[in-house]
Ligand binder design. Sequence first.
Ligand code: NDP
Ligand SMILES: O=C(O)C(=O)[C@@H](O)[C@H](O)C(=O)CO
Length: 279
Amino acid sequence: MTTIPTVPTVELNDGHSIPQLGFGVFQVPPAETQKAVEQALEAGYRHLDTAAAYRNEEGVGRAIAASGIARDELYITTKLRNGEQNIAREAFENSLQALGLDHVDLYLIHWPAPAQDLYLQAWEQLVTARQDGLATSIGVSNFLPEHLERLLGASDVVPAVNQIEVHPTFQQTSTQAATRAAGIAVEAYSPIGQGKDLTNDVVTNIAAAHDATPAQVVLAWHLAQGTIVIPKSTHRERMEENLNAVNVTLSDDEIAQISGLDTDERVGADPATANFTML
Ligand SMILES: NC(=O)C1=CN([C@@H]2O[C@H](COP(=O)(O)OP(=O)(O)OC[C@H]3O[C@@H](n4cnc5c(N)ncnc54)[C@H](OP(=O)(O)O)[C@@H]3O)[C@@H](O)[C@H]2O)C=CC1
Ligand SMILES: O=C(O)C(=O)[C@@H](O)[C@H](O)C(=O)CO
């Protein structure tokens, strides 16, 4: 029988904690989401990351309901679409309905979308929603230092998490530093660079030395820095592989070698200019 690994937790600034490794469902087609999430839960994941924009919250909710796993053993994140920042409370309630839940563990503003200048207004709605019990923790995603600075200057409530693109070839060190300096946890999306960072010689050599896979090494590199990770896969064997990254321990030198791979090449959009309202 396969042993399900124990995933460490990260303490958040609001007194709650988050499993450090979760399962992301961006680009999992809605019709395939229930099956993928059921497989992830069977593999041992207890932290799921979705978004209204992914249009697959219903599938995530069906998998949760079918799993029979107690709600308090699960950690569920969803996110506010850019186009609904002006109706954040209504959008949040719609997400809960789609998920079939009365609360989520973490609710995030998906992007700052600075051109529409609504994220401060949305944040106040999230603060109220948390007070009303709709979310245990609230946070942001894709916030650059200037967006964090503006939010922190306008609100007494500090986001618990900033979910940003981080992987070896795109580390956003200044955004990570500004996030951590404010006491906000860094959550890495696209943590393996959507697969792009797995063929690098540094990564494959370290993987060979540990009898591990490149994905496990990259995820272990994140974990060693206290970063939360949410890799996505629709393949059951990769789900298990990624989860087992918690059992890979890198040396300080190996961590430094991977940290030396930054080429500042993103795989996603630039939060300074991304304003897509379809999200
Ligand atoms: N807040 C935001 O703006 C964003 C948040 N996210 C969140 O982060 C999650 C993860 O990011 P994502 O962009 O999906 O990228 P990931 O870095 O998780 O990479 C996913 C890709 O890598 C492949 N893959 C997964 N595991 C392995 C493995 N062990 N070996 C080889 N290839 C592998 C997957 O293919 P396959 O499925 O075929 O296995 C898929 O093509 C998302 O699902 C979403 O929840 C993502 C982007 C933006
Ligand atoms: O996955 C997400 O959470 C995102 O916001 C992005 O990946 C987004 O969907 C995108 O890629 C737009 O180009």
